[in-house]
Design a protein around this ligand. Structure first.
Ligand code: ATP
Ligand code: MG
Length: 636
């Protein structure tokens, strides 16, 4: 290690062009860029203007010379029992066939391809094929209900849609076709052609003769096809991805081509420490940004083997992930706190059952990582657990640790330091002035945003500027809409979303802090805290907690005793001001499909209102439990 992270970071901002010119050498360019950055129209940043490149070339073609026979994809489905690998040469063949299919269906440069698929290799082929020919993909998480799908169809207006007969979860078949049919009926601008991968799982849902095509039939027609790479100007879009909608209506986040490729290549080196020939296992889904960046593009651009896993973390048992780590010699793993909390309800012996010697670090992101969960998993694995913080909008992390530059000590509960290239500030919510150490502020980024970040909202430049850069009057600053704090050692902590702050008798409290206190109890697996209106105090916190062992607390007296202990814990850690007015016990929390707690809906129900937009909700029983808990408490 020759350079400290502090120095590396400083250089990324002070010698921005030099720094990002260096990083740009990590990918192949067909035509060199004219300049590193064009920032003539703030806040729109145009990285590497004039340069032409291609994501698919960088992820696939360029590895053929050195690693044609190395596995590119290790596909494991514990749902269907299918397990197979694809070498880079095989991936190249498959992507070319799929690209030929798309071209034959009339997809050209700049056209959108909507991909609504479960975790199957064909989903990756479709993504790579789309960018290969200069088209734009919009992946919609498989299993989103028909009206979410229809809304995304109408926003992106795809030429072609690629889907499958069904997905599978926990051994249950989830039919896609009836949802697709319904979405196509609801949509104002349905695609002209729909290609369906028939996995032999489900036959329901109609097929129309002029619209519907079968993946296998097209595959046979185009077998052996070769489709040249379309060289794309760096700033042309590669994909659109809708945010998870935890706080509002999903936005079509647009990413460019060159900047995104460079950002991912650089992150593989500096953050994840993943190199050619090694294996990367991200447990996310291709429907989320983590899936785009670290199931598909990041690992493949780096010449790694990427694990594509269809299944849940606890089937056939809670050791499945670690079996995969052993078998495929996973070097880098990426998951989410929500999944670790699921594992935490199971025997920790699973963490020691397999040979994990290949694993360097475990990265987590997506929501706040509470200290007990961080400790449980890092002690259990005997590995560093690196919390890192990012958004669909940024495409890669804003805060992280950088073992590829310098191994710095980790603090539980902190995603460490700002990522190189991000001019990160903590700003006072109303004045926009920078706050000091140990003072809470809104996490903001001074533009230009670094390579890899969103370039606009699809088709809505004005909404992009207004939504993200309109929080601090007189200051052009990107707001993350998250609260953060920096300690005197320079470590950052995310305190929750700016709309998760409640005002109790004039005291502003982050619901996350109260959640942390509640989760600190040994019997609690997870908790959500929301503020509800109170005639006296303005707002009061109410907690919804999930006990690790629900059966133990089926007795109301046991529950009352636990509630009492939890309130005492909050008193002790935050003060009586943060004490929840009630602790409701549920066995699950309502979450989005990406595993984020839907606090917006919980709050509405707790206040006796309707839960609002539930299009991204995963399991409806989560909402029902909140409704019931609230109703029972009011009737008592
Ligand atoms: P929407 O923007 O539509 O409301 P969303 O914000 O949930 O949806 P994502 O882009 O998937 O959509 O999530 C990013 C958000 O997740 C961050 O803004 C932050 O609130 C939270 N987050 C991500 N990583 C972390 C982390 N390591 N620690 C704390 N919070 C995190
Ligand atoms: Mg967001």
């Amino acid at each position: 290690m020759t350079e400290s992270y502090r120095e590396f970071y400083r250089r990324s901002l002070e010698d921005r062009d030099g720094f990002w010119r260096e990083q740009a050498a990590l990918i192949d360019w067909q035509r060199p860029f004219d300049r590193v950055l064009d920032y003539g129209r703030p806040p729109f940043a145009r990285w590497y203007p004039g340069g032409t490149t291609n994501l698919c070339h960088n992820a696939v073609d360029r590895h053929l010379a050195a690693r044609a026979n190395q596995p590119a994809i290790a596909y494991i489905s514990t749902e269907t029992g299918v397990e197979r690998t694809y070498s880079y040469a095989q991936l190249y063949d498959e992507v070319n066939v799929c690209a030929a299919m798309l071209q034959a269906l009339g997809v050209g440069r700049g056209d959108r391809v909507l991909i609504y698929m479960p975790m199957v290799p064909e989903a990756l082929f479709a993504m790579l094929a789309t960018v290969r020919i200069g088209a734009i993909h919009s992946v919609v998480f498989g299993g989103f209900a028909s009206h979410s799908l229809a809304a995304r169809i109408d926003d992106a207006r795809p030429t072609v849609m690629i889907t499958a007969d069904a997905g599978m979860r926990m051994g249950k078949i989830i039919a896609y076709r009836p949802l697709v049919e319904e979405a196509l009926r609801l949509a104002q601008h349905p695609p002209a052609k729909v290609v369906t991968l028939d996995r032999g799982l489900d036959r329901s849902g109609g097929r129309s003769a002029e619209r519907d095509l079968d993946y296998a039939v097209l595959h046979r027609e185009h077998s052996g096809a070769r489709v040249p790479v379309a060289w794309i100007e760096s700033n042309e879009p590669s994909y659109i991805l809708y945010t998870s909608g935890t706080t509002g209506t999903p936005k079509g986040v647009q990413h460019d081509t060159g900047g995104y490729a460079v950002a991912l290549a650089a992150s593989m080196k500096h953050i994840y420490c993943g190199g050619p020939g090694e294996t990367y296992f991200a447990t996310s889904d291709i429907g989320w940004v983590v899936g785009h960046s670290y199931i598909v593009y990041g690992p493949l651009i780096a010449g790694m083997t990427t694990v594509v896993y269809e299944g849940v973390p606890i089937r056939p048992d809670a050791g499945i992930w670690w079996r995969i780590v052993e078998q495929y010699k996973v070097a880098v793993m990426f998951s989410a706190p929500t999944a670790i909390r699921v594992l935490k309800k199971h025997d920790p012996a699973y963490l020691r059952k397999y040979d994990l010697s290949s694993l360097k670090n475990l990265f987590l992101a997506g929501e706040p990582l509470d200290e007990p969960t961080a400790r449980w998993i890092s002690d259990g694995l005997g590995r560093s657990v690196i919390d890192h913080y990012w958004q669909t909008e940024t495409g890669w992390s804003i805060l992280a640790a950088y073992p590829g530059v310098e191994v710095t000590p980790l603090k539980h509960g902190s995603p460490s330091f700002p990522a190189y290239g991000y001019d990160l500030r903590l700003l006072h919510e109303t004045t926009g002035a920078e706050v000091g150490d140990n003072e809470k502020g809104v996490v903001a980024l001074a533009p230009p945003l670094p390579p890899g970040c969103l370039t606009t909202i699809w088709g809505q430049d004005e909404r992009f500027v207004k939504t993200y850069f309109g929080s601090f009057p007189g200051k052009l600053m990107y707001s993350t809409f998250d609260w953060g704090i920096r300690d005197t050692d320079g470590y950052y902590f995310i305190l929750g979303r700016t709309d998760d702050v409640i005002n109790v008798a004039g005291h502003r409290l982050g619901t996350r802090e109260i959640e942390e206190a509640v989760c600190g109890h040994a019997d609690i697996a997870e908790a959500a805290v929301v503020g509800i209106q109170d005639p006296v105090k303005g707002q009061v916190p109410v907690a919804f907690a999930v006990a690790k062992d629900a059966a133990r607390f089926s007795d109301p007296r046991e529950r009352a005793a636990l509630e009492h202990e939890l309130l005492a814990l909050v008193d002790q850690q935050i003060g009586a001001i943060g004490r929840p007015a009630r602790v409701h016990f549920v066995t699950m929390l309502p979450k989005t499909r990406s595993g984020k707690v839907l606090r917006r809906s919980i709050q509405a129900l707790a206040e006796g209102r309707e839960p609002g937009d539930l299009t991204t909700l995963d399991d409806p029983s989560g909402i029902e439990q909140i409704r019931t808990a609230v109703a029972e408490a009011t009737s008592r």
